[in-house]
Ligand binder design. Structure first.
Ligand code: ADP
Ligand code: MG
Ligand code: ZN
Length: 609
């Protein structure tokens, strides 16, 4: 829905490849089939002896000599056909022809076939190419709208229609700060007079910045809905995918239409596709650059207070061209962050409104289980729960459905047919209990929500779900260490109990290493370096690693410290498990029997002692 609608795309334009294919096939047919046919009907090449034979047997009617060949006519099936052969030095030939009464030396009239062959070899292709050209231009006009009218003279004016499906701030849960900063724009669109009187200029461009799935697109729509103005939306990639050179035209067109409908909102989704910084690029992309330049020009062309507000969204603000961000363009940034506990609860409620639910659904529990999930993921969880309730023949969504779908969305669906041997199951059980026990034994650590050794499609053989009681924005060094210890708990349990280690901990190791590295390079939690940033950049939203900005020697020291931090956490985890060996066995046996146990069951056994 969030693309430009036009009144012109009644027919979906055929892809360009289609026409190229047609051209190719036609050329092939002309060359391989038609041409040989035409030529063969025209002149038949024979040997000189055949020629003489034909002369002897009185078949030949006419002969024409030239320097290099002899052409002669024979009647075949009542129609004269032209044959030709090479020239052989034979002075007696004219004599012989004379003798047989054959006309020779005369000019043989052009056969109509020559004309036909000319037509086929030149005329048809010309016709065909002009047809294809027309189709391509039409196609192009279809895609780019009125921009196409300059190309072929026909007026295919296209109107960008605003999107219809209306959203309001009620559809966007949480994101209170973002709403607040966007309120000013809505207020301006509602009564611009107020601002004009004071002489205040409204910002023309606002950039929505945040990780994927946080509702940037949704928010842009909601702003238009709240202000009750037309909403034009286009995605950055649409500019680039188009025919070479049309991106800029499309920008012009878009702004043309928008200014006619002012006040309105123009929304450019994924602006980083066209707005990438032009600096430090090996190859320049002319097409993108032109589109970007056109965008900049258009934005400058808008006098403030004209009533066209441009919103754009990106999850990679750091790659944007600085020219886009300077005052007068996208000078205002609104951050859309991943929702916190309350935000998640609100988002779940918004989406649960659209499905039939059980009366006593525990939204808070689900919100607590989904720390770090984005709005899009939460919406997906609700949908998965609804699907599940249909699947099991229940007509309402229950808390159990939601809990299950959390795992589907976040941990991957249960793998129904993965078969583990008894021994493997035992190892997995100890591994998971190892995580959980270490977590439970640390006073500040979050209690366990659920432990399972039912394999997931994501490849995890077991799964320990922790639930934070509250939200933690600041992670202390102690917290970080405890998290590391919990991550090490799985592998440590394997070592303590079986005195062997398995591949089951690879994911834990990856996570632990990331935490430890960040502690050293980003959070200043290192003993050796203290508050020294050893890594910069990287996209925190997309979980990319930054650039290391230290000397190779320092990098080695960093690696060593990361290793030491993890080793220390591992030793602590192992100690906790050795000290609680009895309870570790009991819990593991219980899990092995039940396959899935809840946090309460776990705590009951733990506190029994
Ligand atoms: P983005 O553009 O930031 O990647 P979208 O706006 O496309 O994210 O969000 C995708 C979907 O996720 C929305 O259509 C909506 O259903 C849901 N969603 C995301 N954030 C929220 C929110 N704050 N409140 C309600 N729904 C949300
Ligand atoms: Mg989006
Ligand atoms: Zn593990």
């Amino acid at each position: 829905m969030n693309r430009l609608n036009s009144n012109h795309n009644r027919k979906t334009p055929k892809p360009l490849m289609y026409y190229y294919g047609l051209v190719l096939i036609t050329v092939l047919i002309i060359n391989l089939v038609v041409m040989p046919m035409v030529q063969s009907r025209q002149i038949i090449v024979t040997s000189y002896s055949e020629f003489i034979e034909s002369v002897e047997s009185d078949k030949v009617e006419q002969v024409q000599f030239s320097d290099t060949e002899i052409k002669y006519v024979i009647e075949v099936d009542g129609k004269p056909r032209v044959f030709k052969t090479g020239v052989v030095d034979n002075p007696s030939l004219p004599e012989k022809l004379q003798e047989k009464g054959i006309k020779y030396g005369a000019v043989i009239p052009e056969t109509p076939n020559v004309f036909l062959s000319l037509l086929l070899s030149y005329g048809l292709p010309i016709l065909f190419f002009s047809f294809i050209g027309r189709q391509i231009r039409k196609n192009m006009a279809n895609r780019i709208g009125a921009g196409g009218l300059n190309i072929h003279g026909q007026n295919s004016a296209k109107v960008y229609k605003p999107d219809k499906d209306k959203k309001t701030f009620e559809d966007v849960a949480g994101q209170e700060e973002a709403k607040e900063s966007l309120n000013e724009i809505i207020d301006y669109l509602n009564n611009p007079k107020k601002y004009e009187e004071v002489g205040a200029k409204c910002p023309t461009g606002v950039l929505l910045v945040g990780p994927p799935g946080t509702g940037k697109t949704l928010m842009a729509k909601a702003v238009a809905g709240e202000a009750d103005v037309p909403f034009f939306s286009i995605s950055g990639s649409e500019f680039v995918e188009m025919f070479v050179g049309r991106g800029a035209a499309k920008v012009r067109e878009l702004f043309d239409q928008a200014s006619k409908q002012a006040p309105c909102i123009v929304f450019i989704d994924e602006i980083d596709t066209i707005g990438k910084s032009r600096a430090n690029q090996f190859s320049t992309n002319d097409e993108r650059e032109q589109t970007l330049n056109q965008l900049l020009t258009e934005m400058d062309g808008f006098e403030a207070n004209k009533g066209v507000i441009i919103l754009a969204a990106t999850n990679r603000p750091e790659v944007l061209d600085p020219a886009l961000l300077r005052p007068g363009r996208f000078d205002r940034q609104v951050r859309m962050e991943l929702p916190d506990l309350i935000g998640r609860e609100d988002i779940l409620k918004v989406h649960l409104k659209n499905v039939k639910t059980d009366s006593n659904i525990d939204v808070n529990l689900i919100a607590r289980m989904t720390a770090g999930a984005s709005g899009a993921q939460l919406a997906n969880i609700v949908n998965e729960a609804a699907l599940r309730s249909v699947r099991i023949g229940n007509n309402v969504v229950t808390t159990t459905d939601l809990v299950e779908s959390v795992e589907t969305v976040i941990a991957g669906a249960e793998k129904k047919n993965a078969i583990l041997s008894e021994e493997e199951k035992r190892i997995v059980a100890y591994h998971e209990i190892g995580h959980a026990l270490v977590a439970a034994k640390q006073t500040d650590s979050a209690p366990v929500q659920k432990i399972t050794i039912v394999p997931r499609t994501s490849g995890a053989l077991g799964y320990t779900m922790q639930v934070d009681e509250g939200e933690k924005s600041l992670v202390s060094k102690k917290d970080a260490y405890q998290r590391l210890e919990v991550l090490c708990g799985g592998r440590a349990a394997e070592e303590v109990v079986f005195n062997s280690i398995t591949t089951g901990a690879s994911n834990d190791i990856e996570k632990a290493t990331e935490i430890a590295r960040n502690m050293v390079t980003r959070y200043g939690m290192s003993e050796n370096f203290g508050m020294m940033a050893l890594e910069t950049g990287g996209n925190a939203y997309l979980g990319q690693r930054g650039q290391s900005n230290c000397s190779p020697e320092t990098a080695r020291l960093v690696d060593e410290e990361v290793r030491d931090i993890i080793a220390k956490a591992y030793e602590n985890a192992k100690k906790i498990l050795i000290d609680n060996r009895e309870i570790l066995d009991e819990l593991s046996d219980y899990l092995l029997e039940k396959e899935t146990i809840t946090g309460e069951e776990f705590m009951a056994i733990l506190n029994k002692k």
